[in-house]
Write a protein that binds this ligand. Structure first.
Ligand SMILES: Cc1cc2nc3c(=O)[nH]c(=O)nc-3n(C[C@H](O)[C@H](O)[C@H](O)COP(=O)(O)OP(=O)(O)OC[C@H]3O[C@@H](n4cnc5c(N)ncnc54)[C@H](O)[C@@H]3O)c2cc1C
Length: 340
Protein backbone atom coordinates (compact mmCIF):
# COMPACT_ATOMS: atom_id res chain seq x y z
CA UNK A 1 0.00 0.00 0.00
CA UNK A 2 1.40 3.37 -1.07
CA UNK A 3 1.18 6.25 1.40
CA UNK A 4 -1.59 8.71 0.66
CA UNK A 5 -0.31 11.40 -1.74
CA UNK A 6 -2.08 14.22 0.07
CA UNK A 7 -0.76 13.04 3.44
CA UNK A 8 2.72 12.51 2.05
CA UNK A 9 2.84 16.07 0.71
CA UNK A 10 1.51 17.40 4.02
CA UNK A 11 4.46 15.73 5.73
CA UNK A 12 2.26 13.63 8.01
CA UNK A 13 3.90 10.47 6.73
CA UNK A 14 0.54 8.71 6.94
CA UNK A 15 -0.11 5.49 5.02
CA UNK A 16 -3.40 4.23 3.56
CA UNK A 17 -6.02 2.78 5.87
CA UNK A 18 -8.64 0.09 5.28
CA UNK A 19 -12.10 1.14 4.09
CA UNK A 20 -15.06 -1.14 3.43
CA UNK A 21 -17.72 0.08 1.03
CA UNK A 22 -21.03 -1.78 1.29
CA UNK A 23 -23.00 -1.65 -1.96
CA UNK A 24 -21.58 -1.08 -5.44
CA UNK A 25 -24.12 1.42 -6.80
CA UNK A 26 -23.05 4.84 -8.09
CA UNK A 27 -22.58 6.06 -4.49
CA UNK A 28 -20.37 3.18 -3.36
CA UNK A 29 -18.30 3.20 -6.56
CA UNK A 30 -17.67 6.96 -6.19
CA UNK A 31 -16.46 6.51 -2.61
CA UNK A 32 -14.23 3.61 -3.69
CA UNK A 33 -12.69 5.57 -6.58
CA UNK A 34 -12.05 8.70 -4.51
CA UNK A 35 -10.49 6.84 -1.58
CA UNK A 36 -8.25 4.56 -3.64
CA UNK A 37 -6.84 7.69 -5.30
CA UNK A 38 -6.08 9.05 -1.81
CA UNK A 39 -4.01 5.93 -1.08
CA UNK A 40 -6.42 3.90 1.03
CA UNK A 41 -7.03 0.18 0.84
CA UNK A 42 -10.62 -0.16 -0.42
CA UNK A 43 -12.85 -3.23 -0.57
CA UNK A 44 -16.35 -3.05 -2.01
CA UNK A 45 -18.86 -5.66 -0.80
CA UNK A 46 -21.81 -6.35 -3.10
CA UNK A 47 -24.76 -8.67 -2.45
CA UNK A 48 -25.38 -9.43 -6.13
CA UNK A 49 -23.02 -11.38 -8.38
CA UNK A 50 -22.23 -8.25 -10.42
CA UNK A 51 -21.24 -4.77 -9.26
CA UNK A 52 -23.06 -1.60 -10.35
CA UNK A 53 -26.22 -1.44 -8.21
CA UNK A 54 -29.32 -0.11 -9.96
CA UNK A 55 -27.11 0.79 -12.93
CA UNK A 56 -26.90 -2.94 -13.74
CA UNK A 57 -29.95 -4.54 -12.18
CA UNK A 58 -32.55 -1.78 -12.56
CA UNK A 59 -31.91 0.56 -15.47
CA UNK A 60 -32.49 -1.45 -18.66
CA UNK A 61 -29.78 -2.13 -21.23
CA UNK A 62 -31.54 0.03 -23.84
CA UNK A 63 -31.10 3.10 -21.60
CA UNK A 64 -27.69 2.29 -20.10
CA UNK A 65 -25.51 -0.34 -21.81
CA UNK A 66 -24.02 -2.56 -19.14
CA UNK A 67 -20.59 -2.51 -20.77
CA UNK A 68 -20.27 1.15 -19.72
CA UNK A 69 -20.76 0.22 -16.05
CA UNK A 70 -18.43 -2.79 -16.41
CA UNK A 71 -15.71 -0.55 -17.87
CA UNK A 72 -16.03 1.86 -14.91
CA UNK A 73 -15.77 -0.99 -12.40
CA UNK A 74 -12.86 -2.48 -14.31
CA UNK A 75 -11.07 0.88 -14.18
CA UNK A 76 -11.52 1.03 -10.38
CA UNK A 77 -10.19 -2.51 -10.05
CA UNK A 78 -7.12 -1.54 -12.05
CA UNK A 79 -6.60 1.32 -9.60
CA UNK A 80 -6.57 -1.31 -6.83
CA UNK A 81 -10.16 -1.42 -5.55
CA UNK A 82 -11.10 -4.96 -4.49
CA UNK A 83 -14.67 -5.95 -5.36
CA UNK A 84 -16.20 -8.85 -3.41
CA UNK A 85 -19.52 -9.93 -4.94
CA UNK A 86 -22.09 -12.32 -3.45
CA UNK A 87 -21.51 -10.94 0.06
CA UNK A 88 -24.65 -9.83 1.89
CA UNK A 89 -23.44 -7.58 4.68
CA UNK A 90 -25.70 -7.95 7.70
CA UNK A 91 -26.04 -11.66 6.96
CA UNK A 92 -22.67 -13.13 5.86
CA UNK A 93 -20.78 -10.58 7.97
CA UNK A 94 -21.93 -7.62 10.03
CA UNK A 95 -20.66 -4.04 9.94
CA UNK A 96 -19.20 -4.48 13.44
CA UNK A 97 -17.39 -7.65 12.30
CA UNK A 98 -15.96 -5.77 9.32
CA UNK A 99 -14.48 -3.25 11.75
CA UNK A 100 -13.55 -5.50 14.68
CA UNK A 101 -12.52 -8.74 12.94
CA UNK A 102 -11.51 -7.65 9.44
CA UNK A 103 -9.73 -4.51 10.64
CA UNK A 104 -11.55 -1.90 8.54
CA UNK A 105 -10.99 1.61 9.88
CA UNK A 106 -14.10 3.02 8.19
CA UNK A 107 -17.24 1.67 6.55
CA UNK A 108 -19.42 3.39 3.93
CA UNK A 109 -23.01 2.16 3.58
CA UNK A 110 -24.35 2.71 0.07
CA UNK A 111 -26.95 -0.04 0.02
CA UNK A 112 -29.69 1.81 -1.85
CA UNK A 113 -33.44 1.57 -1.28
CA UNK A 114 -34.33 -1.63 -3.07
CA UNK A 115 -37.09 -3.07 -0.88
CA UNK A 116 -40.20 -3.20 -3.08
CA UNK A 117 -43.59 -1.89 -1.97
CA UNK A 118 -46.72 -3.85 -2.78
CA UNK A 119 -50.32 -2.72 -3.18
CA UNK A 120 -51.61 -5.03 -0.45
CA UNK A 121 -54.60 -6.53 -2.28
CA UNK A 122 -55.71 -10.19 -2.57
CA UNK A 123 -53.87 -12.33 -5.12
CA UNK A 124 -50.59 -10.42 -5.07
CA UNK A 125 -48.75 -13.71 -4.42
CA UNK A 126 -50.01 -15.38 -7.63
CA UNK A 127 -47.53 -16.64 -10.24
CA UNK A 128 -47.13 -13.80 -12.70
CA UNK A 129 -47.21 -10.92 -10.19
CA UNK A 130 -43.78 -9.33 -9.77
CA UNK A 131 -42.39 -6.27 -8.08
CA UNK A 132 -40.70 -4.00 -10.65
CA UNK A 133 -37.47 -4.61 -8.77
CA UNK A 134 -37.68 -8.39 -9.24
CA UNK A 135 -38.93 -8.12 -12.81
CA UNK A 136 -36.16 -5.75 -13.89
CA UNK A 137 -33.48 -7.70 -11.99
CA UNK A 138 -34.53 -10.92 -13.69
CA UNK A 139 -34.68 -9.25 -17.10
CA UNK A 140 -31.48 -7.18 -16.81
CA UNK A 141 -29.03 -8.80 -14.45
CA UNK A 142 -30.10 -12.43 -14.69
CA UNK A 143 -30.58 -12.28 -18.49
CA UNK A 144 -34.01 -13.92 -18.33
CA UNK A 145 -34.48 -12.99 -22.01
CA UNK A 146 -31.93 -15.74 -22.78
CA UNK A 147 -33.80 -18.46 -20.81
CA UNK A 148 -33.17 -21.47 -20.94
CA UNK A 149 -29.57 -20.68 -21.96
CA UNK A 150 -29.52 -18.66 -18.68
CA UNK A 151 -31.36 -20.35 -15.85
CA UNK A 152 -33.62 -17.48 -14.69
CA UNK A 153 -37.18 -17.78 -16.01
CA UNK A 154 -39.58 -14.85 -16.36
CA UNK A 155 -43.28 -14.94 -17.15
CA UNK A 156 -43.46 -13.53 -20.69
CA UNK A 157 -47.08 -12.51 -20.56
CA UNK A 158 -49.50 -11.84 -23.38
CA UNK A 159 -51.43 -9.20 -21.45
CA UNK A 160 -49.16 -7.11 -19.24
CA UNK A 161 -50.22 -4.49 -16.71
CA UNK A 162 -47.67 -2.32 -14.96
CA UNK A 163 -49.06 -0.54 -11.90
CA UNK A 164 -47.55 2.88 -11.18
CA UNK A 165 -46.66 5.94 -13.21
CA UNK A 166 -43.05 6.77 -12.31
CA UNK A 167 -39.76 6.23 -14.14
CA UNK A 168 -39.44 2.68 -12.79
CA UNK A 169 -42.89 1.90 -14.22
CA UNK A 170 -41.78 3.30 -17.61
CA UNK A 171 -38.66 1.08 -17.56
CA UNK A 172 -40.80 -1.96 -16.68
CA UNK A 173 -43.32 -1.19 -19.46
CA UNK A 174 -40.66 -0.73 -22.10
CA UNK A 175 -38.82 -3.87 -20.92
CA UNK A 176 -42.05 -5.91 -21.16
CA UNK A 177 -42.44 -4.70 -24.76
CA UNK A 178 -38.90 -5.86 -25.51
CA UNK A 179 -39.59 -9.22 -23.85
CA UNK A 180 -42.02 -9.80 -26.71
CA UNK A 181 -45.42 -8.68 -25.45
CA UNK A 182 -47.52 -6.31 -27.54
CA UNK A 183 -50.39 -5.71 -25.09
CA UNK A 184 -48.72 -3.62 -22.40
CA UNK A 185 -50.72 -1.23 -20.22
CA UNK A 186 -49.66 1.36 -17.69
CA UNK A 187 -52.32 1.38 -14.97
CA UNK A 188 -52.14 4.52 -12.87
CA UNK A 189 -54.58 5.72 -10.21
CA UNK A 190 -54.42 9.42 -11.03
CA UNK A 191 -54.70 11.29 -14.37
CA UNK A 192 -51.99 12.00 -16.95
CA UNK A 193 -51.43 15.41 -15.31
CA UNK A 194 -50.09 13.70 -12.19
CA UNK A 195 -47.92 11.02 -13.85
CA UNK A 196 -44.62 11.31 -11.93
CA UNK A 197 -42.36 9.92 -14.71
CA UNK A 198 -40.19 12.27 -16.78
CA UNK A 199 -42.04 13.63 -19.84
CA UNK A 200 -39.54 12.05 -22.25
CA UNK A 201 -39.98 8.61 -20.67
CA UNK A 202 -43.77 8.86 -21.07
CA UNK A 203 -43.25 10.03 -24.64
CA UNK A 204 -40.99 7.03 -25.44
CA UNK A 205 -43.47 4.63 -23.82
CA UNK A 206 -46.38 5.99 -25.89
CA UNK A 207 -44.24 5.96 -29.00
CA UNK A 208 -43.53 2.26 -28.47
CA UNK A 209 -47.24 1.43 -28.31
CA UNK A 210 -47.80 1.26 -24.55
CA UNK A 211 -51.39 2.04 -23.58
CA UNK A 212 -52.16 4.26 -20.59
CA UNK A 213 -55.02 3.11 -18.43
CA UNK A 214 -55.45 6.10 -16.15
CA UNK A 215 -57.61 6.66 -13.05
CA UNK A 216 -57.68 2.96 -12.14
CA UNK A 217 -56.20 0.99 -9.26
CA UNK A 218 -56.00 -2.81 -8.70
CA UNK A 219 -58.27 -4.25 -6.00
CA UNK A 220 -57.79 -7.98 -6.67
CA UNK A 221 -55.58 -10.27 -8.73
CA UNK A 222 -57.39 -13.34 -10.01
CA UNK A 223 -55.67 -16.68 -10.63
CA UNK A 224 -56.51 -19.91 -12.46
CA UNK A 225 -56.62 -23.28 -10.70
CA UNK A 226 -52.80 -23.51 -10.87
CA UNK A 227 -52.43 -20.13 -9.13
CA UNK A 228 -51.31 -18.41 -12.30
CA UNK A 229 -52.49 -14.85 -12.77
CA UNK A 230 -55.21 -14.56 -15.40
CA UNK A 231 -57.00 -11.27 -14.66
CA UNK A 232 -57.03 -8.20 -12.50
CA UNK A 233 -59.98 -6.38 -11.01
CA UNK A 234 -59.68 -2.61 -11.25
CA UNK A 235 -61.48 0.12 -9.34
CA UNK A 236 -62.16 3.27 -11.34
CA UNK A 237 -61.12 6.48 -9.59
CA UNK A 238 -61.81 10.19 -9.87
CA UNK A 239 -59.75 13.07 -8.58
CA UNK A 240 -60.65 14.68 -5.27
CA UNK A 241 -58.97 17.32 -3.13
CA UNK A 242 -55.16 17.70 -3.14
CA UNK A 243 -53.38 15.47 -0.58
CA UNK A 244 -50.21 16.25 1.43
CA UNK A 245 -48.12 15.76 -1.76
CA UNK A 246 -50.06 18.66 -3.36
CA UNK A 247 -51.49 16.34 -6.03
CA UNK A 248 -55.23 15.73 -6.29
CA UNK A 249 -55.99 12.50 -4.50
CA UNK A 250 -57.64 9.55 -6.24
CA UNK A 251 -61.10 8.70 -4.88
CA UNK A 252 -62.95 5.48 -5.84
CA UNK A 253 -66.09 5.85 -7.97
CA UNK A 254 -68.57 3.67 -6.18
CA UNK A 255 -69.79 0.66 -8.15
CA UNK A 256 -67.33 1.18 -10.99
CA UNK A 257 -65.23 -1.99 -11.02
CA UNK A 258 -64.01 -3.79 -14.12
CA UNK A 259 -61.95 -6.89 -14.89
CA UNK A 260 -59.04 -6.88 -17.32
CA UNK A 261 -57.35 -9.90 -18.83
CA UNK A 262 -53.81 -9.92 -17.36
CA UNK A 263 -51.22 -12.72 -17.09
CA UNK A 264 -48.24 -10.57 -16.06
CA UNK A 265 -48.55 -7.82 -13.45
CA UNK A 266 -45.63 -5.64 -12.43
CA UNK A 267 -45.98 -3.52 -9.30
CA UNK A 268 -43.99 -0.30 -9.66
CA UNK A 269 -45.32 1.86 -6.84
CA UNK A 270 -42.02 2.65 -5.12
CA UNK A 271 -39.45 1.04 -2.89
CA UNK A 272 -38.03 1.57 0.57
CA UNK A 273 -35.13 0.77 2.86
CA UNK A 274 -34.17 -2.85 3.47
CA UNK A 275 -33.83 -3.21 7.28
CA UNK A 276 -31.06 -5.87 7.09
CA UNK A 277 -28.12 -3.52 7.72
CA UNK A 278 -29.87 -1.22 10.16
CA UNK A 279 -31.22 -4.12 12.22
CA UNK A 280 -27.77 -5.75 12.52
CA UNK A 281 -25.73 -2.60 13.17
CA UNK A 282 -26.18 -1.22 16.69
CA UNK A 283 -25.56 2.51 17.01
CA UNK A 284 -27.01 3.60 13.66
CA UNK A 285 -29.90 6.05 13.84
CA UNK A 286 -32.78 5.60 11.42
CA UNK A 287 -35.68 7.91 10.60
CA UNK A 288 -39.41 7.08 10.58
CA UNK A 289 -39.16 5.50 7.10
CA UNK A 290 -36.19 3.30 8.03
CA UNK A 291 -33.57 5.35 6.17
CA UNK A 292 -30.19 5.91 7.82
CA UNK A 293 -29.69 9.32 9.41
CA UNK A 294 -26.44 10.92 8.27
CA UNK A 295 -25.14 14.50 8.16
CA UNK A 296 -24.33 16.29 4.89
CA UNK A 297 -20.89 14.62 4.79
CA UNK A 298 -22.48 11.21 5.23
CA UNK A 299 -21.38 10.76 8.85
CA UNK A 300 -23.82 8.54 10.73
CA UNK A 301 -24.33 8.47 14.51
CA UNK A 302 -22.01 5.42 14.68
CA UNK A 303 -18.32 6.32 14.85
CA UNK A 304 -16.40 5.10 11.80
CA UNK A 305 -19.54 4.55 9.71
CA UNK A 306 -20.76 6.74 6.83
CA UNK A 307 -23.84 6.37 4.63
CA UNK A 308 -25.18 8.04 1.51
CA UNK A 309 -27.33 7.72 -1.59
CA UNK A 310 -30.82 6.23 -1.59
CA UNK A 311 -30.40 4.58 1.84
CA UNK A 312 -30.21 8.08 3.34
CA UNK A 313 -32.42 10.16 1.03
CA UNK A 314 -34.91 7.55 -0.15
CA UNK A 315 -35.16 6.75 -3.88
CA UNK A 316 -33.43 9.63 -5.72
CA UNK A 317 -30.98 9.87 -8.62
CA UNK A 318 -27.63 8.54 -9.79
CA UNK A 319 -26.01 11.96 -9.65
CA UNK A 320 -27.24 12.58 -6.10
CA UNK A 321 -25.88 9.21 -4.94
CA UNK A 322 -22.52 9.91 -6.60
CA UNK A 323 -22.47 13.42 -5.08
CA UNK A 324 -23.15 12.02 -1.60
CA UNK A 325 -20.36 9.49 -2.18
CA UNK A 326 -17.90 12.25 -3.07
CA UNK A 327 -18.65 14.24 0.11
CA UNK A 328 -18.43 11.10 2.23
CA UNK A 329 -15.09 10.09 0.69
CA UNK A 330 -13.64 13.50 1.66
CA UNK A 331 -15.03 13.14 5.16
CA UNK A 332 -13.70 9.57 5.52
CA UNK A 333 -10.28 10.72 4.36
CA UNK A 334 -10.35 13.53 6.96
CA UNK A 335 -11.28 10.98 9.62
CA UNK A 336 -8.55 8.55 8.60
CA UNK A 337 -6.07 11.41 8.68
CA UNK A 338 -7.18 13.30 11.79
CA UNK A 339 -9.74 11.20 13.69
CA UNK A 340 -13.54 11.34 14.22
C1 LIG B 1 -35.51 1.02 -12.66
C2 LIG B 1 -34.81 2.26 -12.19
C3 LIG B 1 -34.49 3.24 -13.11
C4 LIG B 1 -33.83 4.40 -12.69
N1 LIG B 1 -33.51 5.34 -13.62
C5 LIG B 1 -32.79 6.41 -13.25
C6 LIG B 1 -32.37 7.36 -14.20
O1 LIG B 1 -32.66 7.27 -15.39
N2 LIG B 1 -31.63 8.42 -13.78
C7 LIG B 1 -31.29 8.58 -12.45
O2 LIG B 1 -30.58 9.53 -12.12
N3 LIG B 1 -31.70 7.70 -11.52
C8 LIG B 1 -32.43 6.62 -11.88
N4 LIG B 1 -32.84 5.72 -10.93
C9 LIG B 1 -32.47 5.95 -9.52
C10 LIG B 1 -30.98 5.62 -9.28
O3 LIG B 1 -30.64 4.45 -9.97
C11 LIG B 1 -30.68 5.49 -7.80
O4 LIG B 1 -31.04 6.71 -7.17
C12 LIG B 1 -29.19 5.22 -7.55
O5 LIG B 1 -28.77 4.05 -8.20
C13 LIG B 1 -28.92 5.08 -6.06
O6 LIG B 1 -27.57 4.74 -5.91
P1 LIG B 1 -27.01 4.09 -4.57
O7 LIG B 1 -25.53 4.02 -4.75
O8 LIG B 1 -27.53 4.79 -3.38
O9 LIG B 1 -27.64 2.62 -4.50
P2 LIG B 1 -27.97 1.46 -5.58
O10 LIG B 1 -27.72 1.85 -6.98
O11 LIG B 1 -29.35 1.01 -5.20
O12 LIG B 1 -26.93 0.34 -5.19
C14 LIG B 1 -26.98 -0.29 -3.93
C15 LIG B 1 -26.21 -1.58 -4.04
O13 LIG B 1 -26.06 -2.11 -2.72
C16 LIG B 1 -26.24 -3.52 -2.77
N5 LIG B 1 -26.64 -3.96 -1.44
C17 LIG B 1 -27.82 -3.73 -0.82
N6 LIG B 1 -27.81 -4.29 0.40
C18 LIG B 1 -26.61 -4.88 0.54
C19 LIG B 1 -26.01 -5.63 1.59
N7 LIG B 1 -26.66 -5.87 2.75
N8 LIG B 1 -24.76 -6.11 1.41
C20 LIG B 1 -24.08 -5.87 0.24
N9 LIG B 1 -24.60 -5.17 -0.79
C21 LIG B 1 -25.85 -4.68 -0.63
C22 LIG B 1 -27.33 -3.70 -3.80
O14 LIG B 1 -27.34 -5.03 -4.32
C23 LIG B 1 -26.93 -2.67 -4.85
O15 LIG B 1 -26.06 -3.23 -5.79
C24 LIG B 1 -33.52 4.57 -11.31
C25 LIG B 1 -33.86 3.59 -10.38
C26 LIG B 1 -34.51 2.44 -10.81
C27 LIG B 1 -34.88 1.38 -9.79
Amino acid sequence: MQPCNECQSSGRGYGGRKVAVVGSGPGGLTVAGDLIRKGHDVTVYEAFHKPGGVLVYGIPEFRLPKEIVAAEVNFLERLGVKVECNVVVGSAITVDELMEQEGFDAVYLGVGAGLPRFVGVPGENLIGVYSANEYLTRANLMKAYLFPEYDTPLVGGEHVCVFGGGNVAMDSLRTAMRMGCDDVKCVYRRSSEELPARAEEIHHAKDEGIQFYLLHTPIRFIGDDEDRLKAVELQEMELGEPDESGRRSPVPIEGSVKTLECDLAIIAIGSGANPLITSTTPGLEINQWGYIVADEDGKTKKPGVWAGGDIVTGAATVIEAAGAGRLAADSIHQFLSWGW
